[in-house]
Design a binder for this molecule. Structure first.
Ligand code: ZN
Length: 202
């Protein structure tokens, strides 16, 4: 049974499909938008459409990019021999804020999570192997999250993907809050974990 007008139901359904938005939040946001000025609601709609039209993923590292490649890949000052592997583009901004890293990135666009049906093939792991094979990379730093999925992913990448290559593989030092996301670590702790990274035997 439909309680609200159809367009409201449609919006609640769409909002409820977003990560972290349950049915109650979806309803609250929909009614907030219903009450707000048309110009404000349109600005939100336009921002979504503009992002989808103009921004995609960097063809090399899968960071967000306006055009084919991202600002980091386009910057010749970055250390081209150092590669930091992260789960999501938002992890790049967390690491950039520490100022402790000047190399390149590779975004996997997720982590291995068998419960959600995410295996290595759903991630940008093959693309990582191609980069290590084709670029002049000396060290790969595994900066996946310090939780079960992140550790599983780091172990898989080190033992199954990078082992055949002649590259140093390292993992963030301990000291990060276990079970959490990189984005919740403070800059100082994350910067220290990067600088004190441990070599992984692959
Ligand atoms: Zn890039």
């Amino acid at each position: 049974m439909s309680v609200y007008a159809k367009p409201v139901e449609v919006l609640i359904d769409e909002l409820g499909r977003l990560p972290g938005i349950g049915p109650k939040s979806a309803q609250r946001i929909a009614f907030h938008l219903l009450k707000s000025d048309t110009v404000d609601a349109r600005r939100l709609a336009d921002a979504i459409v503009s992002m989808k039209d103009n921004v995609s993923f960097c063809h090399r590292c899968f960071n967000v990019a306006e055009g084919d490649s991202c600002t980091i890949c386009n910057d010749p000052q970055r250390n081209q021999h150092l590669l930091c592997v992260v789960e999501e583009p938002k992890d790049i901004s967390a690491i950039e804020k520490t100022g402790a890293f000047s190399g390149l990135y590779h975004v996997l666009l997720g982590a291995i999570n068998p419960l959600e049906g995410i295996g290595p093939d759903q991630l940008k792991i093959k693309e990582l192997a191609l980069r290590v094979a084709g670029e002049d990379i000396e060290e790969v730093i595994l900066c996946t999250n310090p939780n079960l999925e992140g550790e599983t992913t780091a172990a898989f990448v080190a033992s199954k993907v990078l082992a055949p290559f002649d590259v140093k593989v390292s993992r963030l030092a301990s000291g990060l809050p276990v079970g959490g996301d990189l984005e919740y670590a403070d800059e100082l702790t994350l910067g220290r974990a990067l600088e004190g990274r441990n070599t992984v035997d692959s």
